[in-house]
Design a binder for this molecule. Structure first.
Ligand code: SF4
Length: 210
């Protein structure tokens, strides 16, 4: 089985395993996902979902958050860690949305990527989840799993993993596939404990059964 064939097989099996897998960050407006994804760096999605409730209660619009005192944002988001830099990025990003995009998120990848504090992972997440466009989100679970499964060979750099996956994953499958990798990485192919290969739906095709 070559890498493209392996990718298609893995995609189908994970679809059966996690038919409804989606983003575990909760949001009802696109700009809120942008804030949450910045807060999610080195923090769990569960904690972010709790912290943003307080943030969005106090600052319910892009304009309100753009006008907020950075120190107050920092105070609220501190439980997510890296409070200073996250608060600074969120404040700058909201100001750009307010001043340059009429309070909306731009729809093209390059413009999203140019927003303060937004990297490729976040920009891809927005493209896939908000705009329903092709996206490959290379978070820590994705990188660990695609290496173990054998879809890439010893690549750890997120951008390189993303580029390698674009070559073998059908574009329309990318976003959901990456969400499913996160679910599988949490439940079965775990990072901190020995992965549960004995109950893994990929254990006859995975290159690294442990
Ligand atoms: S077989 Fe094991 S190493 Fe491979 S994906 Fe499944 S849990 Fe991970």
């Amino acid at each position: 089985m070559n890498k493209k064939e392996l990718a298609l097989e893995v995609i189908e099996r994970l679809k059966n395993e996690y038919p409804d897998a989606d983003c575990t960050l909760e949001y009802d407006q696109a700009w809120k996902l942008l804030v949450s994804v910045r807060l999610a760096a080195q923090c769990t999605d569960a904690r972010v979902n709790v912290v943003v409730k307080g943030l969005f209660e106090k600052y319910p619009t892009v304009e309100a958050l753009a006008a907020a005192d950075v120190a107050d944002i920092e105070e609220i988001v501190r439980p997510c860690g890296l409070g200073k830099s996250k608060a600074r990025d969120i404040s700058k990003c909201m100001k750009v949305l307010r001043d340059e995009y009429n309070g909306k998120i731009p729809t093209d990848f390059k413009s999203i990527l140019s927003l303060p504090g937004v990297g490729r992972k976040s920009a891809n997440l927005i493209m896939g989840d908000v705009f329903g466009k092709p996206a490959i989100v290379t978070d820590t679970h994705c990188i660990r799993l695609v290496n173990r499964i054998g879809l890439v060979d010893g690549i750890k750099d997120p951008k390189k993993v993303e580029m390698a996956l674009w070559e073998i994953v059908p574009p329309e499958e990318g976003s959901d596939f990456c969400h499913r990798l996160v679910w599988h990485g949490r439940d079965v192919c775990t990072a901190r404990t020995k992965p549960h290969c004995e109950r893994c739906c990929l254990n006859d095709i995975c290159h690294q059964i442990i």
